[in-house]
Design a binder for this molecule. Structure first.
Ligand code: SF4
Length: 225
C-alpha cells in the first residue's frame, strides 16, 4: 500500500462530476502507459498526500461540496481504496471514479458495496489497437468491466481520447459498433488529444483530419472539448 497515494487535490470543480460540485483526488501510479498520456508526474511520481490528510480536507468541505472524483493515474491500484471510500461515504459525499477499467475485481467490490455512485470508463482503443495505444495486453480485463457495468445497469459513461493519427474515424465507429453489440445505451464521449511535447510515447502533433460527420449515428456521441 502506498502511504501517500494522492499526488494532488483539485479543491473545486464544476466540470468533472456531472451535475455536482466536487473535488478531485489525483492518485499516483497507473497500470498502463498510454502513448498520449501527459500525466507523467502521476504515472511515475510519488504521492504527496495521505488518505488521512485527504479526509481532513474533505471534512473541511462538508456542506460545501457534493462529490469526490477519484482520478489519476489509476485510483483502483490503491489497495486501501475500499476502506478509503467507506470513510468518504461516512462524510456523505458522492463518489465518481475515473478508470481505465483494468481492475474489474476492485470495481466489482466497490459497486457491490455501494461505494461508488458514477464511473467514467476509458475505452482506449478497439481490441486490435489496444496495445499500440496503451502498451498493455489486457483488453479482456477492460472488457469484463464494461460488460459488468452494462449488466448491472450502473450509472456510467464511456469515453475515448482521440489522437487523430492514432485513432481514425473508422476505429471510433468500430468502438461504437462494439458498444451497441454489448447493449450500452448511454452517451459516448470523445475528448480531443491536446498536444504537449512531454507525453509518455512522445507522440507528435496530429496531422490527420477527423471528420465528425462520418461518425456513426447509432449512438449518442458527444465531442467534449
Ligand atoms: S492516460 Fe493512460 S497512462 Fe495516463 S494516467 Fe490515464 S490510463 Fe494511465
Amino acid at each position: 500500500m502506498f502511504p501517500k497515494p494522492i499526488y494532488d487535490i483539485t479543491p473545486f470543480t464544476m466540470l468533472d462530476y456531472p451535475n455536482h460540485l466536487a473535488t478531485i483526488f489525483w492518485f499516483t501510479k497507473c497500470n498502463i502507459r498510454c502513448v498520449y498520456c501527459y500525466n507523467k508526474d502521476l504515472v511515475f511520481g510519488e504521492g504527496k498526500i495521505s488518505q488521512e490528510e485527504a479526509l481532513v480536507f474533505l471534512n473541511s468541505r462538508v456542506g460545501l461540496l457534493e462529490g469526490v472524483v477519484l482520478s489519476g493515474g489509476e485510483a483502483t491500484l490503491y489497495s486501501d481504496l475500499v476502506a478509503f471510500c467507506k470513510k468518504i461515504k461516512q462524510l456523505k459525499f458522492k463518489i465518481k471514479l475515473d478508470t481505465n477499467g483494468l481492475n474489474p475485481e476492485m470495481i466489482q467490490v466497490l459497486v457491490a458495496n455501494k461505494l461508488i455512485d458514477y464511473i467514467a470508463l476509458d475505452y482506449k482503443a478497439p481490441k486490435e489497437k489496444y496495445y499500440e495505444i496503451t502498451k498493455d495486453k489486457h483488453f479482456d480485463s477492460f472488457s469484463e468491466t464494461l460488460n459488468f457495468l452494462i449488466k448491472k445497469q450502473f450509472p456510467f459513461e464511456v469515453r475515448t481520447t482521440v489522437h487523430r493519427d492514432l485513432l481514425r474515424v473508422e476505429e471510433i465507429n468500430r468502438i461504437i459498433k462494439d458498444l451497441l453489440k454489448r447493449k450500452y445505451n448511454g452517451t459516448y464521449y470523445l475528448q480531443p488529444f491536446v498536444f504537449t511535447e512531454n507525453t509518455i510515447g512522445r507522440v507528435k502533433e496530429e496531422k490527420n483530419p477527423f471528420n465528425i460527420a462520418q461518425l456513426s449515428k447509432e449512438l449518442e456521441v458527444i465531442w467534449r472539448v
